[in-house]
Design a protein. Structure first.
Length: 213
């Protein structure tokens, strides 16, 4: 299975234009832009998943825990063929499948319905342990959290709980954006890919913290 882009027509440089198709007062622009680089790398180079296998085995799984800023997620799903690009213009409408929080029952490629902070990490670790118990240990689970939600009891407790002997059930990434004097990303469009450091959590999860400067 290829781990590189297979859909012609849309690449990394097209993502700002795709995101611009989504309008409205509740876009959470900064929360979305802060995830754009890591989401693109995951879907373009890492995740073993395609629209044709969105619900089949074997496949990798990605959980967007910080669901309050899903526009980058939607743009990349559109770029990779999971959803129609025309649907981006309907973002946030009452009759649109693209809500201000992803709905797994409506959006192809959305593995969980997220938005309530602190739930993604425990769901991901539980999924990974369940897959291992089912003999599907080669299916990988990735979760993207916001740095603030790691203070939630559910996420913090999951990181402290043992995952079993020799386990590393999932990879978690906490994406932090910073520019001196601001809380937002360094620019209005994606920039160079940041450096990432990793640490091993006691739950067996690989915790990745990345910082844009």
């Amino acid at each position: 299975m290829s781990q590189t882009s297979t859909l012609p027509g849309y690449g990394y440089d097209d993502l700002p234009a795709l995101m611009a198709l989504m309008t409205g007062d509740e876009k959470h622009d900064l929360a979305a832009e802060s995830t754009l680089d890591v989401l693109w790398v995951l879907y373009d180079r890492v995740l073993r998943i395609s629209p044709a296998q969105a619900k089949t085995e074997p496949r990798d799984r990605f959980y967007l825990s910080k669901g309050h800023g899903p526009m980058a997620f939607y743009a990349i799903l559109a770029a990779k063929g999971f959803i129609d690009v025309s649907e981006l213009r309907r973002y946030g409408r009452f009759d649109s499948m693209l809500g201000q929080h992803p709905d797994r029952n409506l959006v192809c490629g959305a593995e969980i319905s997220s938005g309530s902070l602190g739930h993604g990490l425990p769901i991901a670790v539980g999924t990974a342990l369940g897959l291992r118990a089912m003999g599907l240990g080669h299916d990988r689970v990735f979760v993207l959290t916001g740095d603030g939600e790691l203070d939630e009891g559910s996420g913090h407790g999951r990181s402290l709980s043992p995952g079993g002997p020799g386990s590393r059930p999932c990879t978690a990434s906490s994406w932090i954006t910073h520019r001196p004097g601001t809380a937002g990303p360094a620019g209005s469009r994606p920039g160079s890919l940041p450096r990432a450091g990793r640490r091993r959590g006691s739950a067996g999860a690989t915790m990745t913290r990345s910082r844009r400067r």
